[in-house]
Design a protein around this ligand. Sequence first.
Ligand code: NAI
Length: 296
Amino acid sequence: MSGIDTTGQIGVIGAGTMGAGIAQLAAAAGHEVLLYDAVGGAADTGRARVAEGLEKLVSRGKMTAEAVEALVGRIRVAADLSDFRGVALVVEAIVEKLEVKRAVFAELEGIVGPEAILASNTSSISVTSIARDLEHPERVVGMHFFNPAPIMKLVEVISGVATAPGVAQRVFDTAEAWGKVAVHAKSTPGFIVNRVARPYYAEALRLLEEQVADPATLDALLTEGGGFRMGPFTLMDLIGHDVNYAVSQSVFDAYYQEPRFRPSQIQLELVNAGRLGRKSGRGFYDYGTGAEAPAP
Ligand code: NAI
């Protein structure tokens, strides 16, 4: 068994934080990529963000301008999902809502060829549930990247109840061919990393609720003292509070509302205020000034 070779076209649905990064990664591996987003102009913006990020590498001498042009040239914006007719693999990276994902996968089934693999980048939703109503649930699998997708090494390959072992292995091998470290996991709430990480966020949010210390102090403590690469508040700002809250809620519900997974009102209030983190310019920290000062 081997991964999808570079002649295989990759379709990415959702051109936000994760989708654009996944498109970059697949294009860097040599694939032609189709990038689709339901919001008009969002896929163009995603592609432009990829180009912008790579141009920084050119200015630092880490990539040539020609290589960037070739990579970005391999990412094409799809006007419609029907453009996905010839793809070998679809990676869905849309909003973290089961019903929306199910509708997209159902639509895809009527478009792609019989050999195409349908993967979801979901952080927490059951792969078994996403596949449930499909004619061919055996080709549905989780391909869970971490943020930022071009940089973070790990990919969880999630098998639902119906996922064919050969499909999971092919996605595993593809991830490895893209330079990732892949791991097989079963479809359980939060899979491996998000299950272990939820209490990291939840306990930090509880410390904040109890006014033990502010986000900057807690972040500094965990990075400088605890050896974590990123403090929980910086990390939640990077993930996006809308996504992080939806994942917290989904894992909490899936574990029959176990208190240790309880989402925080602070997260919800940030979502309600539209302070989604880096992507909206403000979350726990303010990114407008570049100073990353804690938000009031
Ligand atoms: P995002 O909010 O940055 O981007 C989502 C994009 O999907 C938006 O551009 C939106 O317009 C588009 N979209 C929504 N519904 C759509 C539909 N029906 N059809 C086509 N496009 C649609 O979200 P983000 O952060 O990229 O997350 C996407 C998925 O990846 C979620 O399932 C999330 O749980 C997962 N994920 C997120 C991580 C993170 O750190 N943000 C890490 C790993 C996985």
